[in-house]
Design a protein around this ligand. Structure first.
Ligand SMILES: Cc1cc2nc3c(=O)[nH]c(=O)nc-3n(C[C@H](O)[C@H](O)[C@H](O)COP(=O)(O)O)c2cc1C
Length: 276
């Protein structure tokens, strides 16, 4: 039996199928008509075509597409937990990490340590240069991606939902509690989300890109989450951990968990990480 099969029980698959089918049907019924699509196109193709660079980019120099928001999200009043200083856990070469990386859905039972979490968050969104330059590239250095942490089992950190504040390399507590089960339900029964000691949740604040790139903003947001995701995969590999990108989830459910509206800011990807 494969790892994935072991992690997804028959009940959860049936449940997921039911939820998925209902969601799909509801989504389909509620879906806007493919207005403007050519035969054989879907909304993705239409969006891709409509966001090609062109006239709007030239206009971009002059046009006003809204104000430029702050580059980081703040939670004044949130209890902050300092993370240990960043230290690379091994001297595994990038070449080896790229070679060895695999999506991991079956985690050893030990909790994550705070130095490991510190390393993962640094790889995701850590500040490494002047002007707030980060570990992952960002279109126009606008840094639209926010990183949240669902901590299920981390030594020295109470279970809860946290926001990572890169400027101070701290966790901000948003809500205490165990949210692994909420993620499993949101992700159509993918049980390994409840077993991982931590799940990083990446969201995008779209206006950070839109004020400058308008239609292309959405493309860039997804690309940037992808860059960060691979950083997390390689950082995990170098620490003897493993990660798994999870894109199949109910947007509404995860956005509700993060208390974001899904319009100005929306969850893009879940990254459970745990020991091998
Ligand atoms: C955008 C994206 C979404 C993904 N969504 C899921 C998911 O919802 N559930 C899952 O188990 N794996 C998911 N994966 C992981 C892929 O299944 C995995 O990368 C693929 O099978 C190749 O295996 P490897 O990463 O071990 O090389 C996703 C990967 C990407 C890049």
């Amino acid at each position: 039996m494969g790892r994935r099969e072991r992690n997804i029980s028959r009940r959860s698959v049936l449940g997921a199928a039911g939820v998925g089918a209902t969601g799909f049907a509801a989504g389909w019924l509620a879906r806007p008509a493919d207005v403007g699509c050519l035969p054989g196109e879907d909304l993705g193709v239409l969006y891709h075509r409509a966001s090609s660079p062109g006239f709007t980019d030239v206009l971009g120099v002059l046009a006003d597409w809204g104000t430029r928001p702050a580059r980081t999200k703040e939670y004044p009043g949130a209890v902050r937990s300092a993370l240990p200083p960043v230290s690379a856990p091994s001297d595994l070469s990038v070449a080896r990490a790229i070679e060895r990386r695999r999506s991991l859905r079956d985690y050893a039972s030990r909790p994550l340590t705070t130095p490991e979490l510190s390393w993962l968050l640094h790889a995701a969104a850590g500040i490494t240069g002047p002007g707030g330059a980060r570990t992952a590239p960002s279109a126009g250095a606008q840094y639209p991606i926010e990183t949240y942490v669902v901590a299920n089992r981390v030594d020295g950190i109470e279970p809860g939902l946290y926001h990572y504040a890169p400027a101070d390399h701290v966790l901000e507590l948003l809500r205490g509690g165990t949210f692994g089960g909420d993620l499993v339900a949101a992700a159509l029964g993918q049980e390994f989300l409840g077993q991982a000691p931590v799940v990083l949740v990446l969201s995008a604040v779209f206006q950070r890109l839109r004020w400058r790139y308008r239609e292309r903003a959405y493309r860039y947001a997804l690309l940037e989450a992808g860059h960060i995701g691979e950083n997390v995969y390689l950082a995990a590999e170098s620490a003897g951990l493993g990660a798994c990108a999870v894109g199949a989830f109910s947007d509404d459910a995860v956005n509700r968990l993060l208390e974001v509206d899904g319009v100005e800011e929306a969850a893009l990807i879940l990254l459970p990480v745990g020991p091998r």
